[in-house]
Structures are given as C-alpha cells and as structure tokens.
Design a protein around this ligand. Sequence first.
Ligand code: SF4
Ligand code: SF4
Length: 322
Amino acid sequence: MKVDELLHAWRKIVAGHKPTLSIEITRECPLRCPGCYAYEDGHLGGDINLRQLPDSKGQELIARTLELVDRYKPLHLSIVGGDPLVRYRELEVLLPKLSAKGIHVQVVTSAFRPMALDWAKIPRLTIAVSIDGLQPEHDVRRKPATYDRILKNIVGQQVTVHCTITGQMMKRPGYLAEFVEFWSAQDSVKRIWMSMFTPQRGDFPPERLTGAERAQAVDDLGRISRRHPKLQMHERALAAFLNPPKSPDDCIFAQTTQTFSADFKTQITPCQFGGDPDCSQCGCYASMGLEAIGKHKLAGLLPVSALFQSSLQIGRLVSRST
Ligand code: SF4
Ligand code: SF4
C-alpha cells in the first residue's frame, strides 16, 4: 500500500468508515468444497444459510453493487461468493467501472470458467484463484474446477494463486514446496499467497492444523519464499501466523473490513468467516499481513496498531455523534 493510500485509509477510519469492503455478490457456486465457510450454517449469524438468502442478477446486481460502493467509498473491494464468476456478465460491466473509481478490486474465484482477456489489462484488479493443494487432492475437493480446467481458464491472465494450508497437507513433508514450485512455473501466475485453515471455535475438522504443523508451515514458507519470489510471504506476516490476534477486537483486518452478503443487507461479522471463528487458530493471509503492518513502529516508536486502535476509537465516537 502506498503512503497516500495509507493516509486515505487512516482518514476514513478516523471519520468512522471502514476502508475495505467485501461483498458476497452471489449465493451460487457450482463447487461443493469441504470446509467451505461460506455455506456453514452459522456463517450469516442467524438461522438462514447463504444458499437460502435472496440474491440479485443482471442490472439489479450491478446497480446494488455500485450503490454500496458509492455509499461506503472503500479503498479496497473484495468480490466473493459463492463464486463471483457465476455472475460473469455482470462482472464484465462492473470491473471497469470500479477500476475507473480508483478502487483496488479483488475477485476471489475457483476459475471454473474462463475470464475475458481484457481483465488482465484492468488497472488495480486482482484475480485471486483458490487452489486447495496439489492436483490429486485439489481435483477431488474442487471438482469441476480441476487443475486442467484452471490451467486452461487462466491463460492470458496474471492471477494470484491463493492456497489455504490444511492439516492434511502438513502430514506430507515437502508438500508446500511442491505446490509452490508447480504454480511458480506457470506464466499466468503473478504471485502466490498462502493462508492456513481457520476453524470455528470448538470445531476439529481434519483441515485444522496442530500447533506443530502450524510452526512447520511457517518454517517451510520462510525457506520456500527465498527460492521462489512469486511466493509473497513477508517475514513479519509469517511471524504473525504464530501469534494471531487474540480476538476480533484486536484484529486490524476485522476492524477495518465490512462484509455484506448476497442480499446486500446482511452483514457478516466479526470478519469474512462469519459465525464464531477461532482467532487463536486464525490463518487468514490478509489478517496476518495487516498484523505485520500493525507491528511496524512509526519513527521507531509508536506501533502502527496503536495508531489504528486510537483512530478506531475516534471513528466510533464520530459515528455515534453523527
Ligand atoms: S468455490 Fe469457494 S464458495 Fe464455492 S464451495 Fe468452494 S470454497 Fe465455497
Ligand atoms: S478469525 Fe482471523 S480474521 Fe477473523 S477476527 Fe479472528 S483474527 Fe481476525
């Protein structure tokens, strides 16, 4: 993030607005990935599941997205789902318009279908493709968005590969290195981000990492990133995986991001995972990145996180008094 963008974000926080917006633009997804938090019963915080929520299509979806963006004027917008490519035609209209507003936009997808080649030229647009490990495991979990289909669909793009590390992956030594090696070698891949599986409190699915597996993953990623520059894992962000925020109140990412679901009314709290996420096990790449920025000391004295927290308090007072 550039200095003027950081200042803009800080001004928004002080004014009581969150600088990052995330929208689940559709309730639909052709995949059924095990461990997908978006379709967990508690995700929306009530009795209703994302698949039951009313959503929009066509001109209505375009107008509602632009209206929300104009209302919150975010610096960064994540378009998630379901799979946003289910609303591919609407995205073709929306993405150039959002870029023209100077917003950084990230579309998070399984790449189950091709994207227009023009998307590669849209400024400030990131296409993040979720890949669940090496081909044998990924293809089982993410059919019909298999390796073969992804490799075909990303030709001509410059995508970001996003992988969520699971307990199953960490049971095989060398797994992460093999994964990064394969995707680093693809011309259509610009960078690679790795998260770790974040469970809900009290849940123990096979995806959950043990403490030892988490430490091993951090160690592996540090070594692999020195050999493969496409793997973008800053040292401080890696350290944050071993010491994640204690609660949503301590989490800069949760405090600076507002997430709306497919009806454009339901807000997902406390963060994009919804429900009751176990912060002590958080492995969200974005949250760890912001923790890393938060630990940076301004003029060698004041940690950025302290500035964020006091700005948030001012922001809450401002929004209460307006
Ligand atoms: S592609 Fe994403 S939204 Fe769809 S089931 Fe898989 S994890 Fe969930
Ligand atoms: S689960 Fe992670 S991203 Fe969510 S509030 Fe907790 S620390 Fe933040």
